[in-house]
Design a protein around this ligand. Structure first.
Ligand SMILES: [Zn+2]
Length: 183
């Protein structure tokens, strides 16, 4: 018995765990060893690599590949066609193998905009927001708002997604973030 949904056009390899109420839409492929939490949504043409861990409540938009070495904590949003990597210096002729894949961790509640790239070996902090088209080449602080190529921090973002004002307050939900400082 399954308590999740997989569209008939998608492939789920052996030895995969998928949580309750998760939905996997058209033309996607989940590779062996992957663990996907509950209440996730994976759009069209999503590839989840071997042994990848995805937490609960994640939303992965169309055309995203989550390669081995990447881990998503709970409630992560991956915008359409955003890109992960797992090798800083790839060569077709000299493959390094999985033992040398670089790790990338995306913290709880973080959002990655459409067409952004997260260069491997970095941590995206919890509730951080990466703007559309940005190329993140550094660690990203919790609640950090990053934009540009290469991505730089241009502000702070609330857990709810609104940009914080100069007093580190959210006008949308009244949360305050006095512990954040410096950019
Ligand atoms: Zn807020």
């Amino acid at each position: 018995m399954t308590d999740y949904f997989v569209h008939e056009s998608s492939y789920i390899d052996d030895n995969v765990e998928i949580g309750e109420e998760t939905k996997i839409w058209h033309f996607s492929h989940i590779l062996s060893g992957a663990k996907i939490g509950a209440n996730c949504s994976l759009g069209q043409n999503v590839n989840v690599g071997n042994n990848v861990k995805i937490g609960d409540g994640c939303k992965i938009q169309n055309n995203v590949s989550i390669y081995e070495g990447v881990e998503l904590e709970n409630d992560v949003f991956c915008g359409p066609s955003m890109v992960f990597t797992n090798d800083l210096t790839p060569r077709a002729k000299y493959p390094k193998g999985r033992a040398k894949y670089q790790k990338t961790i995306v913290g709880r509640g973080a959002s990655i905009g459409a067409n952004a790239t997260i260069v491997c070996g970095h941590t995206v902090g919890k509730y951080a927001m990466i703007a559309a088209g940005a190329v993140a080449v550094t660690d990203v602080p919790d609640y950090g708002l990053m934009a540009g190529v290469p991505a730089k921090q241009i502000g702070w973002v609330c857990e709810c997604g609104a940009v914080l004002d100069i007093n580190l307050s959210c006008k949308n939900c009244d949360r305050d973030y006095p512990f954040l400082k410096g950019i």
